[in-house]
Design a protein around this ligand. Structure first.
Ligand code: DPP
Ligand code: ZN
Length: 862
């Protein structure tokens, strides 16, 4: 497979202004007829060929202006069809057959259970018909779907339904028109026997929008939260950005087999059930939050992505990062802003920083790709959103909002670039973002090193920056880094820094001096996590304890606790490697005890502050990490802290809420703190903990409490665990998302024999390799969430994962490619384990691979 390069972009030689689709769903085969209104671009040569992408389809007929095209005028290969010299303006009619039942890649038209549905981003439309599958070809669509009325009573596509009726032979049809020109990746259609839940939203300008949500019969009572969230998102976008919805109908369909979380198809979102269904009995608070935010995310795409889309896929972050940032703003407005931010930072550090330090490091605007699906990464999405957040900080809320509005009005209906976006912000603000642009082109996490000294009332702070080399990129330039700063005095009060609470670091090194201080202040660094960088500073332990008690910035305050814990864990790692007894984390225990003496009022924030850094973050402290030392040290610190805190955390245990489950911040905080308490009590092996968890499991009236009990029991062999797990498996009968949670608990359990256990689950009749959620629950959870299991010393975990990659390479290359990542970290894993991981990759490289897996494997071996 050959890479595509950003620098090779050429505008399309032919425009397609309108697409008329006829989808005739049959038994097995589906016939798709398209009529395309095509015109040659004025800039193109008169003899320019027209290339149409198309895969996994059988061409049945091809006509130009009604006349069959002679075979000499076109050619077909495995990737598409070329018309050698078409007229300047014409109508092209094509008929193809596709087989949705045989489509396990879940791109194009495919079957999920009893539903036929589509997924076209990034390049799935070329599995539906021959078409230039690129986002800068924008057309209006009219779609007619015809199917058996009994099996497929509901027929949906983008836009408004303009016609429908019955046909002979028990069949029926529906016709949809989408008046907005769109790229083909936003095309969608659905056919199935679906339950509908409907509502109405009145826009700010007084238009009524029909909201229609669809799901399999039996789960319609799990749509209320998503519907409510959609209305919140619609109102929020009007209030915050002045953006209204533009069609008369907004449809959402839940499907059980879906590669992504959800898809923002114009007027017809298709969702993974895991991101739309929620009921107290089946979804945790975390799931409720995810559903709310993904529903909002897809809705926000209607402007940032659909009305203004991407010119080419190198610009993917243009729509994703801006939409993720809008989603983050929305989430902060509907929950605890501090906790929302902390969760983002945790994910960035645990997943994006390692990606940026490994073989898959790539700029937020990549220069090349082999398979675009491999670039739906945490770097494009979340690091991209951090870039947008920095723009928000630099330009200020009003300036940023004005800039986004200018961008949308300037480019409405267009397919544009990241450069167009940054330019629009510059114009709307009279700003110069020349250096800032480097964030889009340089990969790797910058390191900001902090030095300070205090003498005679003057405090001097020096920041220097360096971005490490990444594959294909060396000698990076200094970036424009907004650096949030606080200075805390010994009595806990913050020095008023005025404008210098946000420093601008643009040079390799810069210093700032603060005068008139009576004593050395404690620096609160990178407040709000104002830039996606690593901070290196020789923190004094007493400073961190001071910040943990006094910092008014929730992120910096939380971070102080994380740093204290990491320092304790690193000390344990050193002792472990030297063969010495692991030291007690005394400073950490004292600081946490002080925190509990004067805890923040926000229970969710307190729970967050009591949650230790993950093993993955500890591992990320080392260029190469020692698995055994990391696992032992993390466990040691946690057990020690748990033993010391036992009586304190018992106060946080709460029974079931009065009046049933409510998804609201105070209740979420209460349940979260309860879960943290159980976790510590289990880690400290508190007496009676098993019985306590089992009772909570049985008494719980919601999934959050139930999961808290199960998680606390997960690594504790005995009758309580057996009983709770068996009862939970029973609950999973007939509810796929609940069963996924059961699989995930098994996969992440630290009990001995982890690989044998997951291997047994492969053969479990409830495991289904064609369902991405089930694969993520078993294979993904094990490889990403079970450090000691995956890294089992004999290498069996690596071999097991490689086996799944081989199988999925055939079934669903997109999912297979994602599973390569844990093995691709081989260079970061010390000792024979790293070598064994590499051997599995080398073994995969010898097989016949899909482009998706090939790209991931070869990059990891480079
Ligand atoms: N559906 C995915 C998302 O919204 C890809 N666009 O991020
Ligand atoms: Zn998105």
């Amino acid at each position: 497979p050959q890479p595509k390069f950003r620098r090779d972009y050429q505008p399309p030689a032919y425009r397609i202004d309108h697409v008329d689709l006829h989808v005739d769903i049959g038994e097995g085969v589906t016939r798709i007829g398209s009529r395309l209104s095509i015109a040659r671009d004025r800039a193109a040569a008169a003899d320019a060929p027209l290339r149409l992408d198309g895969r996994a389809m059988q061409l049945q007929a091809i006509r130009i202006d009604g006349e069959p095209v002679p075979e000499s005028d076109y050619s077909v290969d495995a990737e598409g069809l070329t018309l050698s010299a078409p007229p300047a303006a014409f109508e092209l009619a094509i008929e193809v057959d596709v087989d949705p039942d045989a489509n396990t890649a879940l791109e194009g038209l495919y079957r999920s259970g009893r539903i036929l549905c589509t997924q076209c981003e990034a390049e799935g439309f070329s599995r539906i018909t021959y078409f230039p599958d690129r986002p800068d070809v924008m057309a209006t669509y009219r779609t007619r779907i015809e199917a058996d009325a009994g099996r497929y009573p509901v027929l949906l596509s983008n836009g408004d339904r303009v016609d429908h009726g019955t046909l002979p032979g028990g069949r029926h049809f529906a016709v949809y028109e989408d008046p907005f020109a769109k790229p083909c990746y936003l095309f969608a259609m659905v056919a199935g026997d679906l339950a509908e839940v409907a509502d109405t939203y009145r826009t700010g300008s007084g238009r009524d929008v029909a909201l229609r949500f669809y799901t399999d019969h039996g789960s319609e009572n799990e749509l209320g939260h998503a519907l409510h969230s959609l209305k919140q998102a619609m109102a929020w976008d009007e209030k915050t950005y002045g953006l209204e919805y533009d069609l008369d109908t907004y449809m959402v369909v839940a499907v059980g087999s879906f590669n992504m979380g959800a898809m923002e198809n114009k007027g017809l979102n298709i969702f993974n059930t895991s991101c739309v269904l929620a009921s107290p009995d089946t979804a945790t608070d975390g799931d409720y939050i995810r559903v709310r935010d993904v529903v909002a995310h897809e809705y926000f795409h209607n402007w940032t992505g659909n009305r203004v889309t991407c010119r080419d896929w190198f610009q993917l972050s243009l729509k994703e990062s801006l939409t993720v940032f809008r989603e983050q703003q929305f989430a902060a407005d509907h929950g605890s802003p501090g906790v929302t931010r902390i969760e983002q930072v945790r994910m960035l550090r645990d997943i994006q920083f390692p990606e940026d330090a490994g073989p898959n490091a790539h700029p937020v605007r990549p220069e090349s790709y082999i398979e675009m699906n491999n670039f739906y990464t945490i770097t494009i999405y979340e690091k991209g959103a951090e870039i947008i957040r920095m723009l928000h900080v630099i330009l200020g809320h009003e300036g940023f909002t004005r800039g986004v509005q200018h961008y949308l009005s300037e480019h409405d209906g267009g397919a544009v670039t990241i450069e167009d976006f940054v330019t629009a912000l510059e114009i709307a603000n009279g700003a110069d973002l020349a250096r800032f642009r480097l964030w889009y082109s340089q990969a790797g996490t910058p390191v900001v090193t902090v030095r300070d000294d205090y003498a005679g009332g003057r405090y001097r702070l020096t920041l220097s920056q360096h971005t490490p080399d990444t594959p294909g990129q060396t000698d990076k330039a200094p970036l424009h880094i907004p650096f949030g700063l606080g200075l805390i005095e010994s009595d806990g009060r913050a020095v008023d820094l005025g404008e210098r609470s946000l420093l601008t670091l643009e040079q390799p090194e810069q210093s700032w001096t603060f005068e008139g201080l009576s004593a050395r202040p404690v620096p609160s660094l990178l407040r709000g996590f104002s830039a996606p960088v690593r901070v290196e500073y020789d923190h004094r332990t007493e400073d961190l304890a001071h910040l943990l008690t006094h910092d008014s910035d929730p992120v910096a305050r939380w971070e102080a606790g994380q740093e204290l814990a990491l320092a304790a864990m690193r000390a344990a790692v050193s002792a472990y490697q030297a063969g010495e007894a692991l030291p007690d984390p005394t400073a950490l225990i004292e600081a946490v005890a002080r925190l509990l003496g004067d805890p923040p009022a926000d229970h969710e924030l307190l729970a967050e502050m009591l949650t230790l850094p993950t093993e993955r973050r500890l591992a990320d402290q080392y260029a190469q990490f020692d698995v055994d030392a990391v696992v032992a040290s993390h466990g040691h610190v946690k057990r020690q802290l748990a033993a010391a805190l036992q009586t304190r955390v018992e106060d946080f245990l709460t029974g079931p809420s009065a009046g049933g489950y409510r998804f609201e911040p105070a209740e979420v905080g209460r349940r979260r703190l309860n879960a943290v308490a159980l976790d510590y009590l289990a880690a400290g092996d508190a007496s009676g903990i098993d019985a306590l968890c089992l009772a909570l499991y049985h008494d719980a009236d919601n999934m959050t409490d139930r999961m808290a009990a199960l998680q606390a029991l997960r690594d504790r062999p005995g009758p309580a665990r057996d009983e709770a797990m068996a009862a939970f498996a029973e609950r999973g009968r007939g509810h796929a998302l609940v069963l996924d949670k059961w699989f995930s608990l098994q996969a992440t359990s630290r009990l001995p024999g982890a690989v044998a256990r997951v291997a047994e689950l492969d053969a479990d009749p409830r495991f289904d390799a064609t369902n991405p959620n089930r694969v993520r629950a078993l294979v993904g959870s094990f490889a990403r969430g079970n450090l000691p299991g995956f890294h089992q010393e004999d290498g069996a975990g690596y071999a097991w994962l490689a086996g799944h990659i081989r199988q999925l390479n055939e079934l669903n290359p997109q999912i297979a490619a994602r599973l390569v990542t844990p093995l691709a970290e081989w260079a970061q894993v010390a000792g024979p384990r790293g070598t064994a991981m590499r051997e599995q990759l080398a073994g995969l490289a010898g097989a016949s691979l899909s482009p998706d897996v090939y790209e991931m494997v070869t990059r990891a071996l480079d």
